[in-house]
Write a protein that binds this ligand. Structure first.
Ligand code: HXC
Length: 510
């Protein structure tokens, strides 16, 4: 028995050493942690149970039979994050560059299957060189097995991908089919083909960072939902994110103790909207003052900043916030903002997270760039997502709600359950100036007449009352009372159920 135990300990120590001292040192020198160090930071202390530590590859090509390393380049298992079960796989760059072999893929798919059976979230930490080159098609097959499971799990359990080193070739598509991608600045990059291939095919000369660094994916391409300065910060933020997420689509949102009174009023909100309708204000101030303890986990913070999305809590329970941001492009809806918000609304709806929408939107962004870029289809994504949502929808119009954008932003007509407006709300087809120039074109030569018409239009339409008279707005509320009113609406909507007609699946304008 003693012999066996010693042998076991020796084999465990061998597996834990990964690719060896030299490669671990190289990993640290690059500012990166090892796979096991990352898991330790992500999971609750001593909660991680590793699977398949002794798995080795079965390749005999290119002399591979002489180099077998226990674990085969990926550490897999499960543990807890603040007491809740989470499955994890972490690519070990020190072992064959974290590349994916047939057995490496089998370790990942085992964890994916277990996460699905346990109906618990799965998180993948990526730091790898793509397909195991020595294994050829067996590696490609392995990727396919992972991809298929990503799709089957979509909308059943939350799937998170964290890019903490290279992520290229086959490795990019699994993250792309998960719910969220996060990156670490300066040490991670993601692309389908690297700078060398780019140069050969297109003659473009780019660095890995310029092609697929966090600065690209968190701001330009929208592939990444966030970027952090280093591994430690990134993993701690992942723990924070997991606290907001339900375990699966039917588990309901987690409920944490809250010390923030739901009846708390915020008098400062009464003066948040400036008197001048063209002056911006920061919608995040409203979110922070409404959310429990001002705790807001923002997603895609540096992409399409004209709309703000992220998770907060009210009465200790997760809600998704969607808000136009008047500070950026006056909060207009363009293609990027529509796509960003649509994806977030769909995530919330898939996992039963109620959505709180703050509206201050002057309309859709005009221009050839937008139209050529498919604004109609991208705007329709957000319209579709809200119209389809069966989770509680609480909407507050703080200022402008103009044109089609009024309909899109969780209006009563497309399924808003409780729709409030602040006294400063303006709900109309368009702003007064544009409206008067169209309907009173013949008066354009007479500034006095135009001024009178504009005043008349403003009085008649630029208030919340026309919409309230029709019941499109349930009540006009004081800004200070926004948190209590939303909290009460959400409590009332806890049992919300919506029947949809049977079908195979919808046809979202992708
Ligand atoms: C086998 C690999 C490997 C791979 C790296 N290694 N990538 N082994 N298969 N794909 C090994 C290296 O041989 C080396 O082993 C160790 O990992 C570290 O690699 P280095 O090159 O020394 O590190 P670095 O300089 O940091 O460069 C990292 C890298 C580079 C940029 C990821 O290794 C690289 O370009 N790798 C190949 C990437 C690639 O083309 N992958 C295939 C993509 S095609 P030693 O023993 O020296 O430590 C693909 C198709 C799938 O994925 C499509 C499915 C849909």
């Amino acid at each position: 028995m003693k012999d066996i135990v010693e042998k076991l300990e020796a084999r465990r120590a061998g597996a834990r050493a990964g690719g060896g001292e030299r490669r671990i040192e190289a990993q640290h020198k690059r500012g990166k942690l090892t796979a096991r160090e990352r898991i330790e930071l992500l999971m609750d202390r001593e909660s991680f149970e590793e699977f398949d530590m002794f798995v080795e590859h079965r390749s005999n090509d290119f002399g591979m039979e002489k180099t077998k390393i226990a674990g085969d380049g990926v550490v897999t298992g499960w543990g807890t994050v603040n007491g809740r079960t989470v499955f994890v796989f972490a690519k070990d760059f020190t072992v064959f560059g974290g590349s994916l072999s047939e057995t490496h893929a089998q370790k990942i798919t085992k964890i994916q299957d277990m996460a699905m059976r346990a109906r618990a979230p799965i998180i993948g930490l990526f730091d790898a060189g793509g397909a195991r080159i020595q294994e050829g098609v067996a590696s490609l097959g392995g990727y396919g097995e992972v991809f298929k499971r990503n799709v089957i799990a979509s909308g059943v359990i939350p799937q998170i991908s964290v890019i903490m080193g290279p992520c290229a070739g086959g490795d990019v598509y699994s993250p792309a089919m998960t719910d969220f991608i996060f990156m670490v600045r300066d040490t991670s990059y993601m692309f389908v083909t690297g700078p060398d291939v780019v140069k050969t095919v297109t003659n473009e000369i780019v660095t890995a960072e310029q092609l697929g660094g966090a600065s690209v994916h968190a701001t330009k391409s929208s592939i990444a939902d966030g970027a952090y300065d280093n591994d430690v910060e990134c993993l701690l933020q992942m723990r924070r994110l997991l606290d907001f997420l339900p375990a699966n689509f039917s588990a309901g949102v987690p409920e944490w103790p809250s010390f923030d009174n739901t009846e708390r009023e915020e008098p400062s909100l009464d003066t948040l909207v400036p008197d001048n309708p063209n002056k911006p204000y920061d919608i995040k101030e409203l979110i922070l003052k409404v959310a429990d303890e001002g705790d807001f986990f923002e997603l895609s913070e540096t992409f399409a900043r004209n709309i703000v999305v992220g998770f907060g809590r009210i009465a200790g329970r997760t809600v998704g916030f969607v808000a136009n941001q008047p500070m950026v492009l006056a909060g207009v809806l363009d293609s990027d903002a529509s796509r960003k918000a649509a994806r977030f609304v769909r995530f919330c709806d898939a996992f039963g997270i109620p959505i709180v929408t703050f509206v201050d939107v002057p309309g859709f962004l005009p221009g050839t760039a937008q139209e050529y870029g498919g604004l109609i289809k991208h705007g329709a994504k957000l319209l579709f997502a809200y119209s389809q949502a069966s989770v509680p929808l609480v909407t507050v119009i703080t200022r402008k709600a103009f044109g089609g954008a009024y309909d899109v932003m969780a209006s009563k007509h497309i399924g808003g359950d409780v729709n409030y407006a602040w006294p400063t709300a303006q709900i109309a087809v368009m702003g007064a100036k544009g409206a008067v120039e169209i309907i009173f074109r013949s008066d354009l030569g007479d500034p006095d007449k135009i001024a009178a018409r504009t005043r008349e239009y403003e009085e008649r339409f630029l208030s919340p009352f026309i919409a309230a008279e029709r019941g499109y707005i349930d009540d006009v509320i004081m800004p200070r009372a926004t948190r209590p009113r939303i909290a009460r609406a959400l409590a009332m909507l806890r049992g919300k159920t919506v029947e949809m007609p049977g079908r195979k699946h919808d046809n979202l304008p992708v």
